[in-house]
Design a protein around this ligand. Sequence first.
Ligand code: NAG
Ligand code: NAG
Ligand code: NAG
Length: 515
Amino acid sequence: MQESCINHQMAGFSLYCLRNCFLVFPLLVHFCQSRLIGPTQPIIATAGKDITLPCHLVPGENVAAMTLEWTRPELDPRFVFLWRAGQDLINMKNPSYIGRSSLFTDELKHGNTSLKLCKVKPADEGRYRCYIPDKDEEAFIHLVVASGAVSSPVISLANLDKAISGVVLQCESPGWYPEPELLWLDGEGNLLSAGPTETLRGPDDLYTVSSRVTVEKRHSNNITCRVQQRNTNQSRETHIHVPEDFFDIPSSSPSVTDTSPVSLALCILLLILSVVFLVRRKRKNVMKTNRRPKDQTEDVRVSTEEDREREQLNMKLPITSRQQLQEEQQRREDAENTLGDLQNDKEKLENELQDEKKRNEDQEAKLKELEKKNTEIINQLQQEKETLEELKKQLESKNQELSDSISELNREKMIRESEINTMKNQLESNKQEMMKSEREKDEIITKLRQTILALESKLQEEKQRREKAEKQVQMLPTETEEEKQNKEETEKKVQTLQIKTEKISQINSPSKQKK
Ligand SMILES: *[C@@H]1O[C@H](CO)[C@@H](O)[C@H](O)[C@H]1NC(C)=O
Ligand SMILES: *[C@@H]1O[C@H](CO)[C@@H](O)[C@H](O)[C@H]1NC(C)=O
Ligand SMILES: *[C@@H]1O[C@H](CO)[C@@H](O)[C@H](O)[C@H]1NC(C)=O
């Protein structure tokens, strides 16, 4: 009964254990089972360079004898690399990876299954799966391919914004991958607010970015255009120094900023008109009676004069009109003087206008020249760009040709190898067949020998039997001799008996014998 109690306790314990072990077991499995570890961050490769995609088993163990798979699930065929029975199975590979993917075979014994990719292409970008079927362990590695041949951005003068006396600059940079961002900075490194960045994707999958910014004089005129890629840390920048006289073209003085020759002429005309109007009003006022209040300060002097005139008119009307005439003349002279002054002013203003015009023309000519130079420079740059692009294209096509021929060679090599292998196999099978037939021959010979031996032994037996028989036969006559003797004896006995019987009969019938 004590035992059952213990058992009961044990059952309780094991129940407890079970409950806890179910919690612990996955953990144990988790810790004991080896796991494949890949990088958590994307791997960033530069186009044209080599890259290692890390993947390793933890804890490390020798995986050289296991099957190791590197695949890209999106591809068909999906194998980037396949290792089985200690061999690189090239035939299973996706053709675009032939001759470009390999393992570090010396590292396999430490569980390091990292993949080496040579001459990375933009098309290599994507998700890679590192997988060990024996362990059912996998790791995913994301590969990003950055363009290798980015060039410095090119800044050009796009426009002049006369309204704010600013300069519009354009910045462009081709050949990027992944898509970069474009920034404008002033001389102090502050970000300038610019227009939207335009992004174009070319047939080569590379991005061209461009953007425009309006630079005002208040900005320091050392401007930077920077193109950068956050995740690859690649960046290129170009500085431009905008000469100060670029901003001065529409003249920096704000009072003249808006004056076009037409508006200036209009101003002068208005001035003259207003002066003439004033003079005429003055004269009218002289004619009229003074009805306005005297407190209008601006006309104080005029009104007193008018008063006097009125008094004169009222009181000295009968007196000579010569005085009146003189006064009238005086007034006219005054007006003429003011008119002359005004005309002088007008001439001066006109001269100024002329000067201004000339200056304007000069500046426009300068501007035109600058624009011409700029377009020339832009054209030159464009041409250089084009030639560069052509060179690039040529290089790319040559590269393509080379890789094509390499893959062609590889394919041929594979074909040859497979041919050699089949020949080897045939040889092997032939050899085996020959060996087999020889073995068969040997077997037949031994069988024959055995049969011969058997026959011989049978013969021997037969001989012996015959001999025995012969012996028996020989022995047989001796028996007959005995028999003969016996016979003879018996014959003799019979003869003797006959003789006896004859004698007896002779004796019994002598008559008969006489007859
Ligand atoms: C695996 O091998 C590669 C190539 O030798 C090496 O760069 C990498 O560090 C190795 N990884 C580990 C985890 O040892
Ligand atoms: C403009 O600024 C850059 C740094 O932002 C500097 O390297 C360059 O020398 C400056 N150029 C001029 C002309 O000031
Ligand atoms: C880029 O630079 C930053 C800071 O300098 C660094 O933390 C980061 O690891 C770099 N990234 C790459 C992909 O080199």
